[in-house]
Write a protein that binds this ligand. Structure first.
Ligand code: NCD
Length: 303
């Protein structure tokens, strides 16, 4: 069955596990060339991206598919004022699947309603980033051996961060996992995510103290303060370095604790942290290719 992948809430626990298992097989034995041979995937990035766009490109090509698309609207008819709706209508006719990142909240759903082929949300503004979540779950399961019974901290810009939004909701499938939300007053988790998580019966602890979290959690998901989402630059300046990790803070951390970060990093994750045994973010990003290969196969109905 072909399907869209717009919100992490669209996909069942069974499907999440199926995608993670497929990605693991790919990591262990390679991505089999030819699974999507003859398919054309459109990669439409209206917002900057390094990892998401290129790991999708790599995954699609390794599966034997072809990629068309753009990165930035300069050079497309959108620079002449063409709407998102018309653009999607046309590109849907050129491709078998669309991967789209766009700055507006809800844009992925709008595009998916227009496109007849499956559409994958690669980030819609400050809303969601569901494919990143599968990478994050992959990293958590790989380092901890389970997704149940953990303590997972989310640190930084929980208000504008689409990465923490999608991961917090995904973890409701694993209600014995406690979530620790670490943010300053002005960057706390939005109400819709809060309602979805607490409504699922998950225990949430909220604090402004990152040290407390470091000492007790299994996973520390650091996030960048999302400069591009602030209407007032002065407000960004006030909070941009609210949490900056230091190696000394990890002396009491669990041995198997793991620091994740979707990247790119700014102030919150200095290079000195890379030397810690808990630093896992580069491996997390490398796993993007196998996880996204499994996602493309899933939406095209081939797993
Ligand atoms: C994230 C994003 O685009 O939301 N990056 C990514 O996809 N790896 C995180 C961020 O930009 O802070």
């Amino acid at each position: 069955m072909m399907r869209d992948f717009i919100s992490i809430a669209d996909i069942s626990k069974e499907d999440i596990v199926q995608i993670l298992d497929q990605a693991l097989r790919y990591e262990e034995s390679g991505i089999p060339y030819g699974v999507i041979e003859g398919n054309v995937v459109a990669s439409l990035f209206f917002e900057p991206s390094t990892r998401t766009r290129l790991s999708f490109d790599s995954a699609i090509k390794r599966l034997g598919g072809a990629v068309i698309g753009f990165s930035g609207t300069e050079g497309t008819s959108m620079s002449k004022g063409e709407t998102l709706e018309d653009t999607i209508k046309i590109i849907d006719g050129y491709s078998d699947c669309i991967v789209m990142r766009h700055p507006e909240i809800g844009s992925a759903r709008v595009a998916a309603d227009i496109a007849e082929h499956p559409l994958i949300n690669a980030g819609d503004g400050a809303n969601e980033h569901p494919t990143q979540t599968l990478l994050d779950l992959y990293a958590i399961r790989k380092t901890q051996g389970t997704l149940d019974g953990l303590r997972v901290a989310f640190v930084g810009d929980l208000k504008h961060g689409r990465v923490p939004h999608s991961l917090a909701v995904a973890l409701t499938h694993f209600p014995t996992t406690t979530q620790v939300w670490v943010a300053p007053e002005t960057l706390r988790m939005p109400d819709d995510v809060r309602a979805a998580v607490t409504g699922a019966g998950v225990t949430v602890e909220e604090t402004t103290d990152v040290q407390d979290a470091i000492n007790t959690v299994d996973i520390l998901m650091m996030t960048r303060v999302q400069a591009e989402r602030f209407a007032d630059p002065a407000e960004y300046e006030r909070v941009k370095d609210v949490y900056v990790l230091r190696s000394e803070q990890f002396s009491q951390a669990k041995k198997n604790m793991c620091i994740l970060h979707p990247l790119p990093r700014r102030y919150e994750l200095p290079r000195s942290i890379d030397a810690l045994p808990q630093a896992y973010y580069f491996y997390q990003a490398h796993n993007g290719v196998v996880v996204r290969a499994a996602i493309v196969q899933y939406v095209l109905g081939k797993i």
